[in-house]
Design a binder for this molecule. Structure first.
Ligand code: GLN
Length: 485
């Protein structure tokens, strides 16, 4: 087996026992990237020479990660390294500071490999709205890897990074994890600092791990979780050792299956994969029961008011003055050169989906429409959160498919925003409710494309998810499969 097919935990063991040095490991990845990136367009910013230098200066004695490399989504700030959110408007932007998650990783001796592709500003489900061109799914390069953390999921699936960080506002970790056949965890809102994550929708965004298996998710959660005074929405709660919950018995655990998540339009192969997973969990002693989450059908509509509203406000800062791209006014005697500079910068800097979201959000927030759209959507959000609260009085976990289909063809949904929005139908509610949710591979479609199983739990009960997912993984082989590229 190639070393690049190992899990992060396995590689850590090799580094700990000095069977391999950080430089040797990094070089193996760089070689693999050179082969694979041409076919997949996963890494968009990477500096191999700098990386080799860094790998020689890792303290392998005192740090936890001992030089283990990690790929980072392009919306997480890394000091003095290109951070462009997959957008032209952030051309050349190098943040003067690290996101808190990057500080934590570097303190533990991780090597930040570079930036992986994403939908522009995380708007999308296919990685196709990136200014840098689409990423291709390692299982079939004609297909999309999902999005918006498509690069983070594809990097792990293709074995060009042992693990990665993504962000999830409406499904952007879980949906690409599902479409690329890897594990992806969206933690509880507030579990991980958002400081240095370029904001899309601040009340929904969370950073989280994409990994080859559940043990690696637990390990990465141990490093990146916790309170941060630089993020006022981060939760001041103790962080458990997530590795301790693996290997626990799941006998008697109560799992709900909401009927609203098995709607028509869900691929038969997806249904079959999830039903088989239910059987596995039953055999492990879990108690499964059907329930209803009655407000599910309004989730997509509410999300596509709330998320663009917040985005339109967050993206107002990109005007050519402080960050990235600046277009100049056409003539020095333009009537209002400042306004012309703003407008040309934004016209040329943002792609079509970003413009669509800015317009949608600005409209929903404008006076006269605010109550009818934004306020109404917030009320729906409360109803959805209440559905979950009620369910979690009786159940420890909720089980659903992650995405209604396997990976779709590149271009297939590009001209149909509504079809694209619907691919998040099963993931959006967890963000609206702020609860943790995880996706693990649970099978393949007839086209040999991965299928994902989603588990959701009460706020701050990531341990429940990891425990169930780990038990499931131990009884199946899906997470061991890798695409041939
Ligand atoms: N696909 C969803 C959207 O386009 C979710 C994106 C995300 O989670 N960042 O908004």
């Amino acid at each position: 087996m190639e070393i690049t097919a190992f899990t992060a935990s396995q590689l850590l063991e090799l580094l700990s026992n000095k069977k391999i040095s950080p430089k040797e490991l990094l070089s193996a990845y760089l070689k693999h990237i050179e082969n694979i990136n041409r076919k997949t367009n996963i890494f968009i910013h990477i500096d191999p020479e700098e990386l080799i230098k860094t790998s020689k200066n890792i303290d392998t004695e005192k740090t936890l990660l001992k030089g283990l490399p990690i790929a980072i989504k392009d919306n997480i700030c890394v000091k003095n390294q290109l951070t462009t959110c997959g957008s032209h408007i952030l051309k050349g932007f190098k943040p003067p500071y690290n996101a808190t998650v990057i500080d934590k990783l570097q303190q533990q001796g991780a090597i930040i490999m570079g930036k992986v592709n994403m939908d522009e500003f995380a708007f999308g489900s296919s990685c196709e709205s990136s200014y840098y061109g689409p990423t291709r799914n390692p299982w079939n390069t004609e297909c999309a890897p999902g999005g918006s953390s498509g690069g983070s999921a594809a990097a792990v699936a293709a074995g060009i990074a042992p693990w990665s960080l993504g962000s999830d506002t409406g499904g952007s970790i879980r949906q690409p994890a599902s479409l690329c056949g890897v594990a992806g965890l969206k933690p509880t809102y507030g579990r991980i600092s958002r400081y240095g994550l370029i904001a899309f929708a601040s009340s929904l965004d969370q950073i989280g791990p994409l990994t080859r298996d559940v043990r690696d998710s637990a390990l990465l959660m141990n490093i990146i979780s916790g309170y941060d005074s630089k993020d006022s929405t981060s939760a001041n709660m103790p962080v458990p050792n997530y590795l301790n919950c693996l290997n626990q018995d799941i006998k008697g655990i109560k799992i709900a299956i909401p009927r609203e998540y098995f709607i028509s339009g869900t691929d038969e192969d997806v249904k079959a994969g999830v039903l088989k997973a239910i059987d596995v969990l039953k055999k492990l002693g879990a108690q499964l029961e059907e329930i209803s989450l009655p407000h599910t059908e309004y989730a997509v509509a509410a999300y596509y008011i709330i998320a663009p509203s917040e985005a339109s406000s967050n993206l107002a800062r990109f005007d050519g003055v402080q960050y990235g791209l600046r277009e100049t006014a056409r003539t020095s005697d333009a009537e209002n050169p400042l306004i012309e500079m703003y407008s040309k910068t934004r016209a040329n800097g943002f792609g079509i989906e970003a413009k669509r979201r800015i317009i949608l959000g600005t409209y929903a927030l404008s006076s006269g429409y605010y109550d009818a759209y934004y306020l109404k959507a917030l009320k729906v959000r409360t109803k959805i959160a209440e559905d979950f609260k009620t369910a979690f009085k009786k159940f420890d976990c909720i089980l659903t498919p992650t995405s209604p289909t396997g990976a779709f063809k590149l271009g297939e949904k590009l001209n149909d925003p509504l079809a694209m929005y619907l691919s998040d139908i099963f993931t959006i509610s967890a963000n609206l409710a702020g609860i943790p949710a995880l996706s693990v591979p649970c099978g393949f479609t007839k086209e040999n494309l991965p299928v994902g199983l989603q588990l959701m739990a009460r706020p701050f009960e990531e341990e429940t998810l990891l425990k169930i997912a780990y038990a499931y993984e131990q009884s199946t082989e899906w997470h061991k499969k890798m695409p041939e590229l």
